[in-house]
Design a protein around this ligand. Sequence first.
Ligand SMILES: [Zn+2]
Length: 507
Amino acid sequence: MRIAVGGFSHETNTYATACSGPTPLEAFRVHRGEEIVATYGGTGSYLGGILDAVDDLGGSAVPALHAIAEPSGTIAASAYGRLRSELLDHLERCLPVDGVALELHGAAVAEGVDDVEADLGRAVRSLVGPSVPVVAVLDLHANVTPALVEVLDLVVGVRHYPHTDQYERGRAVVDALPGLMAGRVRATAHLVPLPMLIPTTPSAVEPAAGAGRVCAGVEQDERVIACTFFHGFSGADVPFAGSSVLVTADADPALARRSAEEIAGWVWEHREGFRPHLCPAEDAVRRALAAPEGPVVVADTADNPGGGAPGDGTHLLRAMLDAGSDAACLGTVYDPETVAAAQRAGVGQWIDVALGGRHDGLHGAPVRGPAYVKALTDGRFRIRNPMGAGLPVDIGPTARLGLDGVDVLVASGRAQTLDAEVFLLHGIDVRRYRVVGVKSSVHFRAGFEGIAREVLVADSPGLNSRDVAAFARTRLDGPRWPLDPSTPSPIPSPGGGGPDRSRQEDP
Ligand SMILES: [Zn+2]
């Protein structure tokens, strides 16, 4: 049994395009052939799960191509065209195969291609033909379309945010392959698009947690192959942006439909719970310093590079400096120029900085002043939390600077702060700090669980703000809650008549 393995992953924040331009080819980390196994094999990532599952089935994984970039603006047409054709070339060289397992994100947008995953799905399908099963694992933040569901044999999303179940869900799509290949299993999927735009919401917090429990309950039925409540990604201004529920059953379209509508109905009923409550950075820092015990982790969610923000925002840093704490640290601020200046000066020297705030006026002005160069590193380490455990990280040369009592990690690469490893790399034990600022929305929780005494989310202006109303929506195919409070229910009423944007698929 030969299973081709590959992927294309990008969470596209179309609003970031105006600030940083289209995402170029160079932004992608591309692994080809055996490089995929060398990089992802044995890790707790999507591909780690896919590769292990192929092994456990006694099959052989045929690695094609995998491309991934940090979330950013719309993918340049030339970059997408190049990576698409390279992925297809590599897949073609893998033929003949019995199945294809892909890691896709589900919220990738390229210039001229709103639904990158469906476009890739169609291309892969036409390459391998209708009888070779093609399965994919998606991010929770996918804006899932009927076109994607239609063209693939099975689509499964992670259910946790932080995405600590990447490995398990990667395994799940491969585990379904033998049944699909042999024709013992006939996947019948039903997608219910939910007309709602929700902010970054941890899956352990209600009502997301409740939706997860309902999904897990549905998956207990052995006729159900997979079930996911996709939160969607509101940073993409595309017609189909929004949450959705996807259920795939074995040869039972009625069950898939009933289950998907049940979950979608539950989410819709509980939608008020997803409404964001915003806390300015100054308030978050004040509350953190007033806490009886540290460390309190403050998430700079609006400037999370993991949602397409520049990562060089200064609102939280400014709030930390103004609060005057001498037990505060922040990581990581993206500013290659400042890192270069620190390198030129060397450890133990003072430099004058204009830190961050280089990309636009939205994320705050540069912070100016003298900074002490405490440490310089290569910015390389491995993730040590359940979300992608073991994956190598390279944020480029990085400096630890002391700025008026605040320890700031300044990196040459844009990166979400996923766990405490990057602090340790620079000699910082976050347990000894009162306030720890991170450039992340939710994923940091996987790494700081057991460390943080409390977690606060700071909202400042930024491209990844939780305030979904802060962005102009020019392309939506219909109303969305909470922008339009009168958005009608996505579930058709029993007598018909209700709006029905759902779509039944029987691929
Ligand atoms: Zn995600």
